[in-house]
Design a protein around this ligand. Structure first.
Ligand code: PLP
Length: 401
Protein backbone atom coordinates (compact mmCIF):
# COMPACT_ATOMS: atom_id res chain seq x y z
CA UNK A 1 0.00 0.00 0.00
CA UNK A 2 1.30 3.40 -0.81
CA UNK A 3 -0.23 6.83 -0.33
CA UNK A 4 1.32 7.90 -3.64
CA UNK A 5 -1.66 6.50 -5.55
CA UNK A 6 -3.90 9.03 -3.76
CA UNK A 7 -2.60 11.87 -5.90
CA UNK A 8 -4.75 10.63 -8.80
CA UNK A 9 -7.87 10.82 -6.67
CA UNK A 10 -6.90 14.16 -5.24
CA UNK A 11 -6.41 15.60 -8.74
CA UNK A 12 -9.83 14.23 -9.73
CA UNK A 13 -11.34 15.90 -6.65
CA UNK A 14 -9.85 19.24 -7.72
CA UNK A 15 -11.35 18.79 -11.17
CA UNK A 16 -14.77 17.93 -9.75
CA UNK A 17 -14.69 21.13 -7.69
CA UNK A 18 -13.73 23.21 -10.77
CA UNK A 19 -10.42 24.03 -9.09
CA UNK A 20 -8.01 22.62 -11.64
CA UNK A 21 -5.67 25.32 -12.94
CA UNK A 22 -4.56 25.15 -16.55
CA UNK A 23 -1.82 27.17 -18.16
CA UNK A 24 -2.12 28.72 -21.58
CA UNK A 25 0.79 29.13 -23.92
CA UNK A 26 1.09 32.78 -24.92
CA UNK A 27 3.08 34.87 -27.34
CA UNK A 28 2.72 38.66 -26.99
CA UNK A 29 1.38 40.66 -29.92
CA UNK A 30 1.12 44.45 -30.23
CA UNK A 31 -0.71 46.40 -27.50
CA UNK A 32 -2.75 44.26 -25.14
CA UNK A 33 -3.24 41.41 -27.62
CA UNK A 34 -1.62 38.00 -27.22
CA UNK A 35 -1.59 34.78 -29.15
CA UNK A 36 -3.08 32.32 -26.67
CA UNK A 37 -2.84 28.62 -27.48
CA UNK A 38 -2.40 29.68 -31.10
CA UNK A 39 -5.32 32.11 -31.23
CA UNK A 40 -5.19 35.92 -31.14
CA UNK A 41 -6.95 37.30 -28.04
CA UNK A 42 -7.44 40.65 -26.37
CA UNK A 43 -6.09 40.15 -22.86
CA UNK A 44 -7.39 41.74 -19.66
CA UNK A 45 -5.21 39.70 -17.35
CA UNK A 46 -1.74 41.17 -17.43
CA UNK A 47 -0.26 43.14 -14.53
CA UNK A 48 1.83 45.09 -17.03
CA UNK A 49 -0.25 48.13 -16.00
CA UNK A 50 1.75 50.74 -17.90
CA UNK A 51 2.35 48.63 -20.99
CA UNK A 52 6.13 48.69 -20.51
CA UNK A 53 6.90 44.98 -20.92
CA UNK A 54 7.45 45.36 -24.66
CA UNK A 55 8.75 48.96 -24.64
CA UNK A 56 11.60 49.64 -27.12
CA UNK A 57 13.67 51.49 -24.49
CA UNK A 58 13.60 48.43 -22.20
CA UNK A 59 14.54 46.12 -25.06
CA UNK A 60 17.44 48.37 -26.04
CA UNK A 61 18.67 48.46 -22.43
CA UNK A 62 18.65 44.65 -22.33
CA UNK A 63 20.60 44.36 -25.59
CA UNK A 64 23.30 46.70 -24.29
CA UNK A 65 23.43 44.96 -20.93
CA UNK A 66 23.85 41.54 -22.53
CA UNK A 67 26.81 42.83 -24.53
CA UNK A 68 28.41 44.23 -21.39
CA UNK A 69 27.50 41.71 -18.69
CA UNK A 70 26.53 38.52 -20.49
CA UNK A 71 23.41 36.70 -19.40
CA UNK A 72 23.66 35.16 -15.93
CA UNK A 73 24.88 36.79 -12.71
CA UNK A 74 26.80 33.66 -11.72
CA UNK A 75 26.40 33.81 -7.94
CA UNK A 76 24.60 35.13 -4.91
CA UNK A 77 24.81 38.90 -4.45
CA UNK A 78 26.77 38.07 -1.28
CA UNK A 79 29.50 36.50 -3.43
CA UNK A 80 30.12 37.80 -6.95
CA UNK A 81 26.57 38.32 -8.26
CA UNK A 82 26.16 41.96 -7.22
CA UNK A 83 26.77 43.73 -10.53
CA UNK A 84 27.32 47.45 -11.03
CA UNK A 85 23.91 47.45 -12.73
CA UNK A 86 22.22 45.94 -9.66
CA UNK A 87 23.97 48.43 -7.37
CA UNK A 88 22.93 51.38 -9.54
CA UNK A 89 19.34 50.12 -9.64
CA UNK A 90 19.18 49.96 -5.83
CA UNK A 91 20.35 53.55 -5.51
CA UNK A 92 17.86 54.72 -8.14
CA UNK A 93 14.97 52.79 -6.55
CA UNK A 94 15.70 54.33 -3.13
CA UNK A 95 15.82 57.79 -4.64
CA UNK A 96 12.64 57.21 -6.64
CA UNK A 97 10.58 56.08 -3.64
CA UNK A 98 12.19 58.75 -1.44
CA UNK A 99 13.40 56.33 1.20
CA UNK A 100 16.95 56.01 2.57
CA UNK A 101 17.94 52.66 1.10
CA UNK A 102 16.69 49.84 -1.15
CA UNK A 103 17.56 46.17 -1.61
CA UNK A 104 16.83 44.51 -4.99
CA UNK A 105 15.57 40.90 -5.10
CA UNK A 106 15.04 38.51 -8.01
CA UNK A 107 11.35 37.90 -7.17
CA UNK A 108 8.57 39.31 -5.02
CA UNK A 109 7.36 35.99 -3.65
CA UNK A 110 10.82 35.13 -2.39
CA UNK A 111 11.19 38.61 -0.90
CA UNK A 112 8.13 38.51 1.34
CA UNK A 113 8.43 34.83 2.19
CA UNK A 114 11.89 35.60 3.50
CA UNK A 115 11.97 39.15 4.90
CA UNK A 116 9.14 38.46 7.35
CA UNK A 117 11.10 35.64 9.07
CA UNK A 118 14.16 37.91 9.06
CA UNK A 119 12.25 40.55 11.01
CA UNK A 120 10.37 38.47 13.60
CA UNK A 121 10.49 34.95 15.04
CA UNK A 122 9.23 32.71 17.82
CA UNK A 123 7.82 34.76 20.70
CA UNK A 124 7.07 37.74 18.43
CA UNK A 125 3.69 38.66 16.92
CA UNK A 126 2.45 39.35 13.39
CA UNK A 127 -0.77 41.15 12.48
CA UNK A 128 -1.99 40.32 9.00
CA UNK A 129 -4.89 41.62 6.89
CA UNK A 130 -7.15 38.71 5.88
CA UNK A 131 -6.73 39.50 2.18
CA UNK A 132 -2.94 39.68 2.15
CA UNK A 133 -1.04 38.09 -0.73
CA UNK A 134 0.02 34.45 -0.28
CA UNK A 135 3.71 35.33 0.00
CA UNK A 136 3.15 37.55 3.04
CA UNK A 137 1.13 34.75 4.62
CA UNK A 138 3.84 32.21 3.84
CA UNK A 139 6.49 34.53 5.27
CA UNK A 140 4.45 34.87 8.45
CA UNK A 141 4.12 31.08 8.77
CA UNK A 142 7.83 30.54 8.15
CA UNK A 143 8.71 33.05 10.86
CA UNK A 144 7.19 30.98 13.73
CA UNK A 145 5.84 34.20 15.24
CA UNK A 146 2.23 34.08 16.46
CA UNK A 147 -0.14 35.29 13.74
CA UNK A 148 -3.18 37.50 14.33
CA UNK A 149 -5.39 37.77 11.27
CA UNK A 150 -7.74 40.75 11.19
CA UNK A 151 -10.75 41.13 8.90
CA UNK A 152 -9.91 42.96 5.72
CA UNK A 153 -9.26 46.66 6.44
CA UNK A 154 -10.77 46.40 9.96
CA UNK A 155 -8.32 48.71 11.68
CA UNK A 156 -10.35 48.87 14.90
CA UNK A 157 -9.88 45.10 15.20
CA UNK A 158 -6.18 45.51 14.44
CA UNK A 159 -5.90 48.20 17.13
CA UNK A 160 -7.53 45.86 19.68
CA UNK A 161 -5.28 42.94 18.70
CA UNK A 162 -2.17 45.10 18.99
CA UNK A 163 -3.28 46.38 22.41
CA UNK A 164 -3.95 42.87 23.72
CA UNK A 165 -0.69 41.33 22.49
CA UNK A 166 2.01 41.14 25.19
CA UNK A 167 4.88 40.35 22.78
CA UNK A 168 7.49 43.12 22.62
CA UNK A 169 8.19 42.81 18.87
CA UNK A 170 5.11 43.37 16.71
CA UNK A 171 4.95 43.42 12.92
CA UNK A 172 1.94 44.57 10.89
CA UNK A 173 1.88 43.23 7.32
CA UNK A 174 -0.44 44.45 4.60
CA UNK A 175 -0.85 44.71 0.88
CA UNK A 176 -0.91 48.40 -0.09
CA UNK A 177 -3.20 47.64 -3.06
CA UNK A 178 -5.05 44.35 -2.56
CA UNK A 179 -4.25 42.14 -5.50
CA UNK A 180 -7.64 40.46 -6.03
CA UNK A 181 -9.84 43.39 -4.91
CA UNK A 182 -7.98 46.45 -6.16
CA UNK A 183 -8.69 48.57 -3.08
CA UNK A 184 -5.97 50.59 -1.34
CA UNK A 185 -5.06 50.15 2.33
CA UNK A 186 -5.43 53.13 4.69
CA UNK A 187 -1.68 53.55 4.97
CA UNK A 188 -1.72 56.67 7.15
CA UNK A 189 -3.95 54.89 9.68
CA UNK A 190 -1.77 51.76 9.61
CA UNK A 191 1.29 53.89 10.27
CA UNK A 192 -0.46 55.65 13.17
CA UNK A 193 -1.30 52.26 14.69
CA UNK A 194 2.31 51.13 14.27
CA UNK A 195 3.44 54.28 16.09
CA UNK A 196 0.92 53.87 18.89
CA UNK A 197 1.82 50.23 19.54
CA UNK A 198 5.57 50.38 18.84
CA UNK A 199 5.13 48.03 15.88
CA UNK A 200 6.88 47.72 12.54
CA UNK A 201 4.79 48.06 9.37
CA UNK A 202 5.60 46.14 6.17
CA UNK A 203 3.64 47.24 3.08
CA UNK A 204 3.53 45.24 -0.16
CA UNK A 205 2.85 47.68 -3.01
CA UNK A 206 3.10 45.20 -5.90
CA UNK A 207 0.06 46.77 -7.59
CA UNK A 208 0.65 50.43 -6.70
CA UNK A 209 4.30 50.98 -7.51
CA UNK A 210 4.64 52.79 -10.84
CA UNK A 211 0.92 53.56 -10.93
CA UNK A 212 -0.06 55.43 -7.75
CA UNK A 213 1.32 58.63 -6.27
CA UNK A 214 3.22 61.49 -7.87
CA UNK A 215 5.29 60.22 -10.85
CA UNK A 216 4.12 56.70 -9.95
CA UNK A 217 6.28 56.63 -6.82
CA UNK A 218 3.76 54.28 -5.21
CA UNK A 219 1.14 54.05 -2.48
CA UNK A 220 3.45 55.16 0.34
CA UNK A 221 4.35 58.34 -1.55
CA UNK A 222 0.65 58.82 -2.37
CA UNK A 223 -0.02 58.71 1.38
CA UNK A 224 2.64 61.39 1.89
CA UNK A 225 4.84 59.13 4.00
CA UNK A 226 8.13 59.27 2.11
CA UNK A 227 11.00 61.76 2.02
CA UNK A 228 11.04 64.00 5.12
CA UNK A 229 7.87 62.24 6.31
CA UNK A 230 9.34 58.73 6.08
CA UNK A 231 8.83 56.66 9.21
CA UNK A 232 11.59 54.73 10.99
CA UNK A 233 9.06 51.91 11.47
CA UNK A 234 7.84 51.43 7.88
CA UNK A 235 9.31 49.03 5.33
CA UNK A 236 8.08 49.45 1.78
CA UNK A 237 8.17 46.49 -0.59
CA UNK A 238 7.15 46.46 -4.26
CA UNK A 239 7.50 44.10 -7.17
CA UNK A 240 9.07 44.94 -10.52
CA UNK A 241 7.26 42.47 -12.78
CA UNK A 242 3.99 44.44 -12.82
CA UNK A 243 3.86 48.15 -13.72
CA UNK A 244 7.63 48.18 -14.25
CA UNK A 245 7.20 45.51 -16.91
CA UNK A 246 10.24 43.37 -16.03
CA UNK A 247 10.65 41.03 -13.01
CA UNK A 248 11.93 41.13 -9.45
CA UNK A 249 11.18 43.17 -6.35
CA UNK A 250 12.72 45.48 -3.82
CA UNK A 251 12.35 46.47 -0.22
CA UNK A 252 13.13 50.01 0.90
CA UNK A 253 13.20 51.83 4.20
CA UNK A 254 15.43 52.96 7.04
CA UNK A 255 19.12 52.24 6.62
CA UNK A 256 19.41 49.99 9.68
CA UNK A 257 16.40 47.85 8.81
CA UNK A 258 17.53 47.39 5.22
CA UNK A 259 21.03 46.50 6.41
CA UNK A 260 19.46 43.93 8.77
CA UNK A 261 17.51 42.43 5.86
CA UNK A 262 20.67 42.30 3.77
CA UNK A 263 22.36 40.34 6.57
CA UNK A 264 19.47 38.03 7.47
CA UNK A 265 17.19 37.36 4.48
CA UNK A 266 17.79 33.80 3.36
CA UNK A 267 16.24 34.20 -0.10
CA UNK A 268 18.73 37.02 -0.67
CA UNK A 269 21.84 35.27 0.61
CA UNK A 270 21.15 31.79 -0.76
CA UNK A 271 19.86 32.65 -4.23
CA UNK A 272 21.62 33.64 -7.42
CA UNK A 273 21.45 37.40 -7.95
CA UNK A 274 19.10 38.79 -10.59
CA UNK A 275 21.00 39.15 -13.88
CA UNK A 276 22.33 42.61 -14.77
CA UNK A 277 20.25 42.57 -17.95
CA UNK A 278 17.10 42.72 -15.80
CA UNK A 279 18.54 45.48 -13.63
CA UNK A 280 19.33 47.52 -16.75
CA UNK A 281 15.82 46.92 -18.13
CA UNK A 282 14.47 48.12 -14.77
CA UNK A 283 16.63 51.23 -14.77
CA UNK A 284 15.20 52.07 -18.21
CA UNK A 285 11.67 51.36 -16.96
CA UNK A 286 12.17 53.57 -13.92
CA UNK A 287 13.28 56.47 -16.13
CA UNK A 288 10.07 56.16 -18.16
CA UNK A 289 7.83 55.74 -15.11
CA UNK A 290 9.16 59.00 -13.64
CA UNK A 291 8.95 60.95 -16.91
CA UNK A 292 6.17 62.80 -18.71
CA UNK A 293 5.66 59.64 -20.78
CA UNK A 294 4.93 57.88 -17.49
CA UNK A 295 2.41 60.60 -16.59
CA UNK A 296 0.71 60.14 -19.97
CA UNK A 297 0.53 56.38 -19.53
CA UNK A 298 -0.98 56.78 -16.04
CA UNK A 299 -3.50 59.35 -17.31
CA UNK A 300 -4.55 57.00 -20.13
CA UNK A 301 -4.92 54.13 -17.65
CA UNK A 302 -7.07 56.27 -15.34
CA UNK A 303 -9.32 57.19 -18.27
CA UNK A 304 -9.75 53.50 -19.14
CA UNK A 305 -10.60 52.67 -15.51
CA UNK A 306 -13.28 55.39 -15.50
CA UNK A 307 -14.65 54.10 -18.82
CA UNK A 308 -14.93 50.52 -17.59
CA UNK A 309 -16.63 51.63 -14.37
CA UNK A 310 -19.08 53.83 -16.30
CA UNK A 311 -20.10 50.69 -18.17
CA UNK A 312 -20.16 48.03 -15.45
CA UNK A 313 -20.37 49.51 -11.95
CA UNK A 314 -23.55 48.92 -9.90
CA UNK A 315 -26.36 51.02 -11.37
CA UNK A 316 -24.74 51.29 -14.82
CA UNK A 317 -26.51 48.33 -16.40
CA UNK A 318 -29.69 46.65 -15.19
CA UNK A 319 -28.81 43.22 -16.60
CA UNK A 320 -25.43 43.15 -14.83
CA UNK A 321 -27.14 44.07 -11.56
CA UNK A 322 -29.96 41.56 -12.14
CA UNK A 323 -27.45 38.77 -12.78
CA UNK A 324 -26.06 39.47 -9.33
CA UNK A 325 -22.69 40.44 -10.73
CA UNK A 326 -20.94 43.27 -8.91
CA UNK A 327 -17.96 45.33 -9.95
CA UNK A 328 -16.04 45.91 -6.72
CA UNK A 329 -15.29 49.46 -5.61
CA UNK A 330 -11.77 50.06 -6.89
CA UNK A 331 -9.91 53.05 -8.35
CA UNK A 332 -6.93 51.00 -9.46
CA UNK A 333 -6.13 48.97 -12.57
CA UNK A 334 -7.49 45.87 -10.80
CA UNK A 335 -11.27 45.86 -11.47
CA UNK A 336 -12.85 42.65 -10.14
CA UNK A 337 -16.35 41.65 -11.27
CA UNK A 338 -17.68 39.30 -8.60
CA UNK A 339 -19.80 36.48 -10.06
CA UNK A 340 -19.98 34.38 -6.88
CA UNK A 341 -20.16 30.75 -7.95
CA UNK A 342 -17.01 28.95 -9.20
CA UNK A 343 -18.64 27.17 -12.14
CA UNK A 344 -20.58 30.30 -13.18
CA UNK A 345 -17.43 32.40 -13.20
CA UNK A 346 -15.74 29.79 -15.39
CA UNK A 347 -18.71 29.84 -17.77
CA UNK A 348 -18.53 33.64 -18.14
CA UNK A 349 -14.81 33.39 -18.71
CA UNK A 350 -15.36 30.74 -21.41
CA UNK A 351 -18.03 32.81 -23.19
CA UNK A 352 -15.76 35.85 -23.25
CA UNK A 353 -13.04 33.62 -24.61
CA UNK A 354 -15.31 32.63 -27.49
CA UNK A 355 -15.50 36.36 -28.29
CA UNK A 356 -11.70 36.61 -28.26
CA UNK A 357 -11.55 38.28 -24.85
CA UNK A 358 -9.34 36.84 -22.14
CA UNK A 359 -10.36 37.73 -18.59
CA UNK A 360 -9.24 35.30 -15.88
CA UNK A 361 -11.70 33.75 -13.43
CA UNK A 362 -10.22 33.77 -9.94
CA UNK A 363 -11.54 31.14 -7.59
CA UNK A 364 -10.96 29.97 -4.02
CA UNK A 365 -8.54 29.52 -2.36
CA UNK A 366 -7.09 32.63 -4.02
CA UNK A 367 -10.28 34.53 -3.04
CA UNK A 368 -12.84 33.75 -0.29
CA UNK A 369 -15.41 30.99 -0.97
CA UNK A 370 -18.51 32.35 -2.74
CA UNK A 371 -16.68 35.32 -4.25
CA UNK A 372 -15.32 33.80 -7.46
CA UNK A 373 -14.73 36.65 -9.83
CA UNK A 374 -13.39 37.88 -13.12
CA UNK A 375 -10.27 39.84 -12.32
CA UNK A 376 -10.28 42.48 -15.03
CA UNK A 377 -6.84 44.08 -15.24
CA UNK A 378 -6.52 47.24 -17.30
CA UNK A 379 -3.33 48.54 -18.80
CA UNK A 380 -2.11 51.65 -20.58
CA UNK A 381 -1.61 49.22 -23.48
CA UNK A 382 -5.42 49.02 -23.93
CA UNK A 383 -7.36 51.32 -26.24
CA UNK A 384 -10.68 52.88 -25.24
CA UNK A 385 -12.59 50.87 -27.88
CA UNK A 386 -11.11 47.65 -26.48
CA UNK A 387 -12.55 48.46 -23.06
CA UNK A 388 -15.89 49.20 -24.76
CA UNK A 389 -15.74 45.78 -26.42
CA UNK A 390 -15.38 44.09 -23.02
CA UNK A 391 -18.18 46.14 -21.48
CA UNK A 392 -20.56 45.25 -24.34
CA UNK A 393 -19.65 41.56 -24.16
CA UNK A 394 -20.29 41.39 -20.41
CA UNK A 395 -23.57 43.29 -20.66
CA UNK A 396 -24.78 40.92 -23.34
CA UNK A 397 -23.73 37.83 -21.35
CA UNK A 398 -25.56 39.18 -18.30
CA UNK A 399 -28.75 39.31 -20.41
CA UNK A 400 -28.42 35.57 -20.98
CA UNK A 401 -28.11 34.64 -17.29
C1 PLP B 1 2.68 39.42 -7.69
C2 PLP B 1 2.74 39.69 -6.23
C3 PLP B 1 3.81 39.27 -5.46
C4 PLP B 1 4.87 38.35 -6.00
O1 PLP B 1 5.80 39.03 -6.77
P1 PLP B 1 6.61 38.21 -7.89
O2 PLP B 1 7.70 39.15 -8.25
O3 PLP B 1 5.65 37.95 -8.97
O4 PLP B 1 7.13 36.97 -7.25
C5 PLP B 1 3.88 39.68 -4.16
N1 PLP B 1 2.89 40.42 -3.60
C6 PLP B 1 1.81 40.79 -4.29
C7 PLP B 1 0.74 41.58 -3.62
C8 PLP B 1 1.69 40.42 -5.62
O5 PLP B 1 0.59 40.76 -6.31
Amino acid sequence: MTWLTEFDTRLADLDAAHLTRRRRVVVPEAGARMTVNGRSMLAFCSNDYLGLAGHPALKAAVHEAVDRYGVGSGASPMVSGYSAANAALEAELAEFVQLPRALYFYAGYATNASIVPALVGAGDAIFSDALNHACLIDGARLSKASIHRFDHADLAALDAQLAAEPARRKLIISDAVFSMDGDVADIAALRALADRHDALLLLDDAHGFGVLGPQGRGALAAAGLTGVNASPRVLYMATLGKALGVAGAFVAGPDTLVEWLLQKTRSYTYATAAPALLAEALRAALRIVGSSEGDQRRAHLQALIARLRDGLAPGADAAIDAAGWALMPSDTAVQPLVIGDNAASLRVMASLQDDGLWVPAIRPPTVPVGTARLRIALSAAHQADEVDLLVRALRSLARGV
